[in-house]
Design a protein around this ligand. Sequence first.
Ligand code: SAM
Ligand code: DTB
Ligand code: SF4
Length: 334
Amino acid sequence: MSISSEVSSEQTRATVNIVRNTWPLKKIQALFDLPFNDLLFKAHTVHRENFDPNAVQISTLLSIKTGACPEDCTYCPQSVRYDTGLEKEALMEIRAVVDAAKEAKSNGASRFCMGAAWRSPKDRDLNKVTKMVEEVKALGMETCVTLGMLEDSQAQRLKDAGLDYYNHNIDTSEDYYGEIVTTRSFQDRLDTIDNVRNAGINVCSGGIVGMGEKNDDRAKMLQTLANMEHPPESVPINKLVQVKGTPLDGLDGSEDIDSLEFIKTIAVARIIMPKSQVRLSAGRSEMSDEMQAMCFFAGANSIFYGDQLLTTENPSESSDHKLFKRLGIHPATI
Ligand code: SAM
Ligand code: DTB
Ligand code: SF4
């Protein structure tokens, strides 16, 4: 190796070290401890420096394989272990998926997200999903899938099909995780995220709040995301949708997350991941317009649009249309 190339690789390493985020927990906790107005002002300033503050990215979700999942995620209506009355459905036909994507596009969605209730996909499932990705992409939309745990070769197959984003959430802090899921570890989730990143696919990863976690768990969850070698391009913040029959149904008020705490979580995510899209994800059906407006001010700039998430309710298209109009928000373009 020549001296000049040694120097440049040192420089590269040094640059990487400087650029890489290493948010200490104390600094994240200090953000949560700021007076509400100071935190929101800071978050909104960061938001304006990085994004059009009046543009919100619109994604539409479709459940391409529903229910009968072997995993035990205690929040999830699709686990076979809980009696939630959900009708299971096999993997959809490609044509029906493409038709749904066309409709989503005509309603203004720029990204189409396809979700499957799998622990991990089988290679034969991927044959079909890669075709779905190719065809949805050909419509001029961004594509996203969430299929469970992925091996690196599977991530590569999805990349080759042209996949733009893979969603895989860390769900909560590493400390609290064991209370929520036992059938896959926190490290399994990080490994899948690494496989997605190494294949060159954009990472969509966030979590769920309102599952009885403490304030510090939310700070730690955000710390894990922000301190990744490359933070996720998209960070969904879900508010738990309590579904009858799941173990997390019926948490009492003291375990639910306070509205202002939720807005603060969005604000802190915006500050420590300034370049990421922060998605105001599940739970919007139970939020007022004013609450959502505060979340957008705090830095949320992406939503799921369409009256259904995967299996649960989302605000209707017409109510979101009205909300955008009232707030002077326009859909972000790709
Ligand atoms: N089966 C795949 C997996 O878990 O990786 C993909 C689909 S799974 C339903 C996608 C994500 O939806 C979960 O990781 C979880 O964060 C979120 N989710 C599921 N049920 C939810 C609920 N009741 N409320 C809020 N978010 C939920
Ligand atoms: C994410 O973070 N939230 C979406 C998406 N990624 C796949 C899913 C929310 C699911 C809410 C429960 C349901 O509708 O089944
Ligand atoms: Fe299965 Fe995903 Fe639901 Fe967990 S979150 S039970 S892996 S569908």
